[in-house]
Design a protein around this ligand. Structure first.
Ligand code: ATP
Length: 260
């Protein structure tokens, strides 16, 4: 990649029929950072992630991912680019008919790799990275706890060593302990592998503890893109509602006093 930015969005407008979701969004995400994407329900967060993956196209504007224009590439380039993007969407989205092992191995097999010894080695490495063992690998998704589903889905998202990881509500449905474990795991893996992360999340602890910057969508526009401490100072009704309610104040107070 020859750009300092993992994702570049320039003047994105997205409409579904008469429904305008994005109105002139420009956002450049530096490579190697963890960015949290926040906004009210229906503000177009998931659609923005889908546009980064090339699964959806904006009505106007440019999306560049890992230095390449998304709309301009042919199907083959698009598939090649997707090999550099790891994705973990809500619910983990493991294939229920495949074991954990086969779910994690799937992107390798889809690439045409048929050396089962190599596949076994790569899957075992990723299993160990996310804290799962050989016994877990033989289980079916229905036999896993919520935290294990997320770990298995993360292992699959990382199997091709992506430069960019897109996560949609990665801790939704997890209890606080499993959620904290998942956040620690993500922090360690990010430190080790240095990928860029774009993550839709409402989880205040993730925003506080993990994200380098927060991008906030409201009224179809990007109203903030800054470290959390700066976002908290912005005077906007959505920021007031989301970041300055009782619960949020308890989570963020310690941080604000640390920064004076
Ligand atoms: N393929 C589609 N066709 C029509 N409308 C769509 C389509 N995809 C998304 N939308 C609409 O676009 C808007 C934004 O959807 P999106 O899922 O991106 O929002 P979101 O911010 O991720 O919401 P949530 O936090 O509830 O998941 C919603 O009103 C949704 O109904």
């Amino acid at each position: 990649m020859n750009s300092p930015y993992a994702v570049e969005l320039d003047h994105i407008h997205t409409a579904f029929g008469a429904h305008r979701v994005h109105r002139d969004i420009s956002l450049h995400l530096p490579a190697g950072e963890i960015v949290g994407l926040v906004g009210a329900s229906g503000s177009g967060k998931t659609t923005l992630l889908r546009e980064m993956m090339g699964l959806e196209y904006p009505s106007r504007g440019h999306v560049r991912v890992l230095g390449e224009e998304v709309a301009d590439t042919c199907a083959l380039d698009c598939r090649q680019r997707r090999n550099h993007i790891g994705v973990l969407f809500q619910g983990g989205a493991l294939f229920s008919a495949l074991s954990v092992f086969d779910n994690i191995a799937l992107p390798l097999r889809e690439l045409g790799i048929d050396d089962e010894g190599l596949i076994g080695q790569l899957v075992c490495m990723r299993l160990a990275m996310v804290g799962l063992n050989a016994h877990d690998a033989m289980l079916m998704p229905a036999e896993l706890s919520g935290g294990m589903v997320k770990r298995a889905a993360l292992a699959r998202a990382l199997i091709l060593e992506p430069e960019l990881l897109l996560l949609d509500e990665p801790t939704s449905g997890l209890d606080p302990v499993a959620s904290e474990d998942f956040v620690s795991l993500l922090r360690e893996l990010h430190h080790e592998l240095n990928f860029t992360v774009v993550m839709v999340t409402h989880d205040l602890h993730i925003l506080r503890d993990l994200c380098d910057k927060i991008a906030v969508l409201a009224d179809g526009r990007l109203i903030a893109f800054a470290p959390l401490i700066e976002v908290l100072k912005i005077d906007h009704p959505f920021i007031g509602e989301f970041f300055q309610n009782h619960r949020a104040r308890r989570v963020f107070n310690a941080m604000e006093s640390d920064h004076g």
